[in-house]
Every structure is written in C-alpha cells, then in structure tokens.
Design a protein. Structure first.
Lengths: 317, 279, 431
C-alpha cells in the first residue's frame, strides 16, 4: 500500500477509482487525513509530554512492582507491594482521610467558585477589584496562608474561637490541634484557597454563554434560577466537566496545604495519600512501596475521571 | 410602586456591597498579615496572642532584602522561567487542544484520557525517575530543566480543549467551506474566540511557575540559578529563620502577579460577541 | 573578634602545619598535583562551618581545593541530596545530616567504607562509636550538639527562685517552672518553654530511662515524661502544644525576648543567643546554662555525669568518587573530625564532636557566653546518647513516634492509648 498523500480528498477519490469502495471510499481517506492533521496539532505538545511525563510515569508503574530504596537497583517483587497495602493500617487511614477531604472539598469548592464567578461576571462597580481579591488566596504564599489560618484557628488565642465563644457555652472546637476538627479546618482553608482559581476557570466558561439566549429566556418569563438552570448550566457543560475533573483530581492529590497546616496531625488525623507517598519515599526510602501507593491514587482518580467522562459524553450525545 | 421596588433594589445593592467588602477584607487577611509581618522585627513575627500592629515599624526590611539577599537574580530567574514556560504551555497546549476538540480520529479519546490521567499522578512520586533522566542529559542544575518540566503539561491541553468545545462548530464549518485549512481555522477563528481561556491559562501557568518550590528545589543548586521561592526558603537556616524577611520577600513576590491580574481583567471576561470573528 | 580566638587560630594553624610536616603514607601521592574535592553543605549564608573547615584545611594543604556545593537547609537538604545521589550527581564528600538516614545511605551503596579514617580518630570523639555498621564505619562525626537547660537569671531573681545548681531532676524542673510562672506574675511570661519537636520529650526519655530502646517495641518508658509535660501545660508552666504549633512560636523569640524563664534546647543555641543579643534581636539579660534535668538522682550533681541526648552530624565520602581523589577526601575527613577541625569550629561558636579544653576555652572565650562554673561544667561534662540510634528501622519508627507525639501533646489521645497504638503500629508496619 502506498502512503496516501495528504491533500484534497476529492483528488484522492479520483485517482484511485479502481479500488474497492468499502476500503478506499472518500470517507475512509477523509478519516485518515483527519487523523494525520489531528496528529500534527497534537504532536508538538505530545513529544514533550511523552518524553518528559509519560516515560517517568511508566517508570513509576514499573517501580511499584519492585523493592527500591532509590540508590541501588530496583528488585522485582511482583505484586508484593500491593498485597502489603491491604494490611497496612496507616495506608487505610490515609485513604479514608483522602476520601473525607475529597467528599467535602469537591462539592463545596464547585458551588462556592461557581457562585463567585456568577456574581463577579455581572456588571458591578468594582468587579475588577473583587475578582483580584478572590484570586489573592491562590497567589499568596502557601506558608503565609497556613500561618495565618493556624493563628485564626488557635484554640486559645484565635479570633475564630473568641468569636464562637460569644455564642457557645462550653467546649469550642480545637481545630487544627484536635483529632475531630483538624480535617474540617483543612477543608475550609482548602476551599478558601482554591475558590479564586476555579472562579477564574468558570469566568472563562461563562463568556461562551450567548447573551441572546438569556434575553430570550427572560422574555419568556423565566426567573433567575430557571435561566441559570436551563441556559447557563447547559452552555457551561464543557467547563463544568473540566472543573469537576480538576477539582476531583486535585482534591485526591491534596498535599502542600496539609503539609504546611497540620503535617498530617494530630496523630494521623489529617494524613492523606500524597503525604503518605512522600513519607514512605523520602523519609523512609521505600520508593517501590511509595510508587504502589501512587498507583492506587492514580487508579482512584482515573476511575472517577472515566465515570465523569462517560457521563459527560452521554449528556453531549 | 416602581419607586418602592427601586428603593428595595438600591438597599439590596448596598447590602450586597457591604457583604462583599467584608468578605474581601476577610479574604485579604493573610495578605495583610504578610504585610504587617514584613514590617516587624524578626522575633515579633510569631507571638501569642498575635501582635497586629508592628512596633517599631521596620521599613528597612524592604531595603535589607535587596542588600542582604540576591533578590535581583531571583526575580530575573523566576521571570525567565515563568515567561518561557507560559509561552510554551499556551502555544503547544492550545495547538494540541484543537486536535483533541475539533478533529475526529481513532484513539483520540484514549489519548486524551492518558493526558488527563497523568494529572492524577502526584509529581513527587515520579520526580526521581524524571530527575535521573534529565540529569542523564546533563540538564540538572540548569534553568532548561524547569522549562522542559513545566511546559508540556496536560493541564493546558485539557483547559483549552474544553473551551474550544463550547465554541459552536458552525463557525469553523463556515470557514472550512470558505477554503480555510485547519491551521487557518485554529489561528484565525478559534484563537481569537478563546481570549478568556487563553488569559486564564496564561495567568495560571504563570502563577504556578512563579510560585513553584519543589521543582527548583530538586533541580537548581547554584545561587545564580535560584528562584524567588528557593531564595526565600534560604532565609530559613538550620536553627534560625528570618521570618520578617521571608514575609517581605513574599509580599514583593505577590505584587507583580496581582498587578498583572488586575490589569489583565478585561481579557478574562471578554465575551465572544465583543471579540467578533476576524479574517 | 577577641584575643583568645585569634590565638586559637594561631594554634590551629600551627597544629595543622605540624601534622602535614609529619606527613603520612599518602603525602607523596597528594603532592602530585592539585586535587579538587566537592563538598555538599547547606545554606552557607547562615552556616559558616563548611567554609571554615574548607579554609582551615586548604590553608594547611594548599594542593587541595575544597569546592562547596550549596544545598537548602532543613529537611530539604535530604530531599535534594537524595535526588542527586540517585542520579549520580552528588558531590565527593557530603554531610549525613539526619542520623536516621545513615543506614539507608550505607545500604544503598552511596557511602565509601572509611573505617581507616575512623580508626585514626580520637575514641573520645562524640558519637563516633555508634557509627559502626557490622564493624565498618561509613561516616564520621565532626560536630555533636547536646541538649542543655538555658535559664534567664533576671527572671529567676524576680521570682525569687533559686538558680539551677545541677542537682535537678525533671520533677524539680517542673516545680520550678510552676513557681516561676506564678511568681513572675506577668501574663505572657511562662516558667519554661517546650518546643513542638518530638525530641523535646522522647529524646530525653530514650536517653535517660534504663533499658529504653527505640526498636525494642516497648514504648512504656515515654509515659512518665509525657504525663509530666501534659501536667505542665495544663497548669500553665509552659505554652500549650496547641498554642506553640498554631501560633508557630519560635524558641528563639520565646527565650530571647524573655517570655520564658527556662528553655531546654541544643547547644547550638549558645551561638545563636550570643549573636542575637549582640545584634539586638534578643533582649539583653543575664543567662546561664545548666545540665539538662535528670530522670532520677543517680545522675544529678556536679560529681556525676548528666545524661542528655543529641545526634552527631557526620561526614561521609560519596562511593562514586573518582579513585584519584579518595586519599585527599579521607585526609579532609580526618582533619574535619580531628582536633584541628574541632578548634576551627569552636572559634565560630560551633560545638565539635571532639570537645577538649581548647574547644571549651574557645567557646567560653566568646563575648556574651556565661562565665559561671556550672555553665562550663554543663557544656563539657555529659553523656550524650543519640536521638536516632543507628538502625535499620529508625526512620520508620520515628515517623510513627512523631505522630504519637502530636496526638498526645494536642491532648487528642490519652498517653497510654497513644503509646499502645504506637507499639501496635511498629509491630504491624515496621520491618
């Protein structure tokens, strides 16, 4: 078979009239041409991506099947690391905490950032200022964020508990130094920090909602909620999909924030998977085992993403 | 009756502003604390209870950071990295996204899932194999390593692809009938319509590179190569930390980004209608 | 600089000249040409010890140049060095900073066997002996800090409490802290300050309790130490763990600005406090050093040797070093861990692994260091046991005990329950 020339599909169709139609019909060559053109778009990014990200990621998958202390050679152990995970209580705690964080952080962040975007997408006086303010938590150094929130949460001297003390008699939450309240505290800060970031993504998406549709709905007597539900949300679906996937993955991967705020404590109350990976890898030099945890984290994320992907596809169709 | 509704509406507006200003003040609190701390003596930064007014006010921290530390070099390196990474990420990302969004070919969805899948792998779990690879090419301890590392991420592709999908196909169909090639459609139709997404991607990539710590930590050793974050971390010594100077540096590091964001405002909310179709 | 330091420099230089004069079997080889050795250290701006050692050595050995490679301080040093070791891009000589990583480095084949260097060092070198793994040594200590009790004389006088005299047990210390807090009578000033690190409780418990071991699987020895600290934070003798962590208090500020009358801390703080008082970052007040309180009276008093803890900081040679540089690198290590290196370190206020009279003279010759006998006794006389005994599972056990520490001190989990949990986890997860 000769390599088909990328060009006008009509030329290709004419030059090979003797070929059997099912194999060489215009649609087949259109597909091929499309694939080639599509690949030329993807290739510049893909080359860098494949070499710099895919290769190390595949190495990671291989390493999850080995015992490796980072310096010597990796020794093949098959699925040992994964069987060990089944009985590893710390891993179970980290897994549970990760789900705890994700289960609350994902919906709250989406609702808050979407509301912010809707609010600040309007023609408000000073909208530019408020948008910048909302974005500030994302650009402020994470160390400063942790320091200030920890102080605000301070059980004895913190303004939050001083404020709550005005209304509540008895025990106040210990926040970041209490087993039960550390995770809610971290979730609050996580949402606070991420809302501006996702607001920005929603804002971009909102620009694709045609104003005429809103006008038409308004004339038809739809109220604000109905307009949001029936006009804005459907138009926002690609962005919504993107944000949902990103929030999901970032929540399951949460690391920096917990590291600087509670370092997983008190005890193991806020130990999450990413931190467990770091602990096993860089503190205890069990890189094979750490890789296995990373693979599990990856599988969880990809499972959730595929579900979201298929759901999105069905909605599109 | 109309007078009453407008009065109601006006007081609603006022209330909204009061709430928004209060919320803004709350949101800015950590930043305010950074500024306050940057004006303190080092041993006053962390106290219980918190000292909200610096006494005496240490303006000299803002001079010291330039004199004591190599802030100029750090800013230059950080700027070089952020600009290069942002440029590459936006260009290749938006280009590849077109292939994923507007072209149909077998394996497209699988490949796309592969892209998204890598976002789900925590970087710290594969940074060592990656570091070994790049060191093998002699790129450790160079700015190139950080550029390569950050420039081809899946994030930009994903963001742009989703945005392209919300642009009606009818626009590119029309252009196709007019004889425009796919590259022409991308450059002349799609790109001008994607300003809000491009602006978001630009600022997000820029901020991420600007604030990145772990990447430079692993790759950059020489003082001449340090970034702002790496440099600020060097104020934390083994037994002592210059907390006030760290906060000074953090304030200085945040300001340019805030300024870019503030000035770039209109691009985030630039609608399709106002942009129009060029070409 | 004062005169004593200058003379110490002279002595050190003369001593090292004498040493090279004697030569060794390596001397002819080293003379062949200039050798360049790279040395990994951290944060040179505030950590002059690497430059000091390099300068002192090259002065005595002009044929060798020591090129410093800068790494970040703190935990990040290990992360960055680990990456470089894994990729084969690490310097010729590096500091094994955290003792708990030593065995992993050694097993990973990153460290050269330097038993011959260790054999030539003074056996009195602090922390040297425990570095042997199966009879071989792969890194040698060049500095060894020990934990001491710092106290503020002015605050003691104000409260009318007797100064520490070296006879204190932990119970005496707790009583004093309580009285101090009450009698100083200022709202934000406490009798003592306990930093948030796990070592501030566990290090002492491990070192001072008879038969205690890190990898024995039994952590009941921690219980009395934790009970005492919890009682102290409950009665306000020290800021609570919750306040220390959420307000990110620093021990330098708490003691240096007179918010605490006592502070258990490592000997490195001597240099810091002197410098901060000189620069005005810390208040000017009279202070002193006492031996760290003991578990019982068998080790108290100046006629006994108080038991404390502290990890040595050690130096090793990269196993991937160029063959031709090995001799020079070993010679440098011998120098750094020997008396010449010790003298050079003492001049800049750093506690070397080998403490002799010259070292003590140099340290106590620094302006601002307390001159009383007890301070000098505390600094020179102690049995210092490692916080992280060299062992296969040390790193993993310390992670678990770190979580135990935050669970107990935040009062999230009762002492006994937390200790039982730690014991179960060690049995279940380690080894």
């Amino acid at each position: 078979m000769t390599t088909p020339v990328v060009g006008d599909q009509r030329t290709l169709g004419f030059s090979r009239p003797e070929l059997p139609p099912p194999l060489r019909n215009p649609r087949a060559s259109l597909k091929l041409r499309n694939a080639l053109v599509g690949w030329t778009f993807i290739l510049p990014n893909f080359l860098g991506f494949a070499v710099l990200t895919l290769v190390p990621v595949f190495t990671l998958f291989y390493l999850s099947l080995t015992s490796w202390n980072i310096f010597g050679t990796a020794e093949w152990v098959g699925l040992d690391n994964f069987t060990r995970l089944l009985g590893d209580k710390s891993f179970h705690i980290a897994l549970g905490n990760t789900f705890y964080y994700a289960a609350l952080h994902i919906p709250i962040t989406i609702v808050v950032s979407l509301s912010l975007a809707l609010l600040l997408n309007q023609k408000l006086r000073g909208a530019a200022f408020f948008r910048t303010v909302a974005f500030f938590p994302y650009i402020t150094s994470i160390v400063a964020v942790a320091v200030v929130w920890n102080m605000l949460f301070s059980p004895e001297f913190g303004p939050i508990n001083q404020f709550l003390g005005l209304f509540v008699d008895g025990d106040l939450p210990g926040w970041t130094v209490s087993k039960d309240w550390a995770m809610p505290a971290v979730i609050i800060v996580g949402t606070w920090k991420d809302m501006g970031y996702y607001m920005l993504l929603f804002l971009a998406g909102l620009q694709t909602v045609p104003g005429e549709l809103h006008e038409a709905a308004r004339i038809d007597g739809a109220n604000a909620w109905q307009r949001f539900w029936n006009v804005t949300l459907p138009c926002l679906r690609p962005t919504m999909f993107f944000v949902t996937v990103m929030v999901t993955i970032q929540s399951f991967k949460v690391f920096d924030l917990i590291l600087v705020m509670t370092d997983g404590g008190p005890g193991q109350a806020t130990l999450v998977l990413s931190q467990y990976i770091y602990q096993k890898g860089f503190e205890q030099f069990e890189f094979g085992y750490a890789s296995a945890v990373a693979v599990v984290l990856f599988l969880i994320c990809i499972l959730v993403t595929v579900v979201q992907f298929l759901y999105n596809k069905r909605k599109e169709a | 009756m109309t007078a009453r509704t407008s009065a109601l509406r006006r007081s609603g507006r006022v209330l909204l502003y009061v709430v928004m200003i209060a919320a803004a003040a709350g949101i800015m609190l950590p930043f305010a604390w950074m500024v306050i701390s940057s004006l303190k003596l080092n041993n006053q930064v962390f106290t219980a209870p918190v000292q909200w007014i610096p006494d005496p006010v240490q303006w000299r921290n803002y001079l010291d950071i330039w004199a004591k530390a190599d802030m100029v070099t750090w800013v230059r390196n950080t700027l070089v990295l952020s600009v290069a990474v942002t440029f590459l990420q936006v260009l290749t990302g938006s280009f590849a996204a077109y292939g994923f969004a507007k072209m149909r070919f077998p394996g497209r969805d699988a490949l796309f899932l592969l892209y998204v899948g890598t976002i789900a792998v925590p970087w710290q779990s594969y940074m060592i194999p990656q570091f070994q690879m790049l060191s093998g090419w002699g790129l450790n301890n160079t700015l190139w390593a950080i550029m390569l590392l950050q420039a081809f991420g899946a994030f930009g592709v994903f963001l742009m692809k989703q945005y392209y999908e919300s642009i009606p196909d009818s626009l590119s169909e029309a252009a196709r009938i007019d004889g425009l090639s796919e590259y022409g459609i991308w450059w002349r139709i799609i790109m001008p319509l994607s300003v809000p997404a491009l602006a978001s991607l630009t600022i997000i990539t820029f901020v991420q590179t600007w604030n990145d710590y772990l990447g430079p930590l692993i790759y950059l050793r020489d003082r001449e190569l340090w970034t702002i974050q790496l440099g600020l971390q060097s104020f934390i010594g083994e037994y002592n930390a210059e907390h006030a100077l760290i906060m000074t540096g953090s304030v200085l590091s945040v300001l340019p980004i805030a300024l870019i964001f503030f000035l770039g405002q209109r691009y985030f909310v630039e609608g399709i209608a106002t942009t129009g179709v060029k070409g | 600089m004062n005169r004593k330091i200058m003379s110490a420099v002279g002595v050190a230089a003369a001593a090292s000249l004498a040493l090279t004069g004697c030569g060794g079997e390596t001397a002819p080889e080293a003379a062949e040409g200039p050798v360049n050795i790279t040395l990994a250290g951290w944060d040179f701006a505030s950590t002059p010890e690497f430059q000091t050692l390099a300068d002192a050595y090259t002065e005595a050995n002009p044929d060798v140049t020591i090129e410093l490679k800068e790494y970040p301080a703190g935990e990040d040093y290990d992360t960055a060095l680990t990456a470089d070791l894994a990729a084969g891009t690490a310097p010729d000589v590096f500091i094994v900073k955290n003792l708990k990583n030593y065995v992993t480095f050694q097993e990973g084949g990153t460290l050269l066997d330097i038993s011959d260097v260790a054999a030539e060092l003074d056996p009195a070198t602090g922390g040297l002996e425990p570095m042997a793994v199966d009879g071989k040594t792969y890194a040698v200590p060049y500095r060894q800090d020990t934990w001491l009790l710092y106290y503020n004389k002015a605050l003691f006088e104000k409260a009318g409490v007797d100064l520490p005299d070296g006879s204190w047990t932990w119970d005496d210390y707790a009583d004093a802290a309580e009285t101090l807090t009450k009698d100083i009578g200022e709202k934000q000033v406490t009798g003592t300050y306990l930093h948030s690190w796990q070592s501030t409780v566990q290090g002492f418990a491990l070192a001072q309790t008879e038969g205690a071991s890190l990898d024995g699987g039994d952590f009941s020895y921690l219980a009395p130490f934790y009970e005492r600290e919890l009682a102290m934070q409950d009665n306000g003798s020290q800021p609570s763990y919750a306040t220390v962590t959420t307000n990110e208090l620093t021990y330098q500020a708490q003691f240096g600005t007179q918010k605490a009358a006592m502070l258990p801390m490592g000997s490195w703080y001597i240099g810091t406090l002197v410098a901060e008082q000189a620069s005005g970052a810390a208040d000017t007040f009279e202070w002193g050093i006492a031996p760290i309180p003991q578990l019982d009276e068998s080790t108290t008093g100046t006629e006994n040797t108080p038991v404390s803890f502290g990890d040595p900081t050690t130096m090793g040679i990269n196993a991937g070093i160029d063959e031709s540089k090995i001799d020079a690198a070993k010679d440098f290590l011998k120098f750094a861990a020997g008396p010449e290196g010790a003298a050079a370190l003492a001049e800049i206020g750093i506690t070397p692994a080998l403490i002799d009279d010259a070292v003590a003279d140099a340290i106590f010759g620094l302006e601002g260091v307390p001159q009383d006998d007890l301070s000098r006794f505390s600094y020179t006389t102690h049995e210092t046991l490692p916080e992280n005994p060299v062992g296969q599972n040390t790193a993993a056990i310390q992670t678990i005990l770190g979580e135990t520490h935050s669970a107990i001190m935040s009062e999230s989990t009762p002492v006994d329950e937390a200790i039982t949990e730690a014991e179960e986890r060690v049995a279940n997860e380690v080894g």
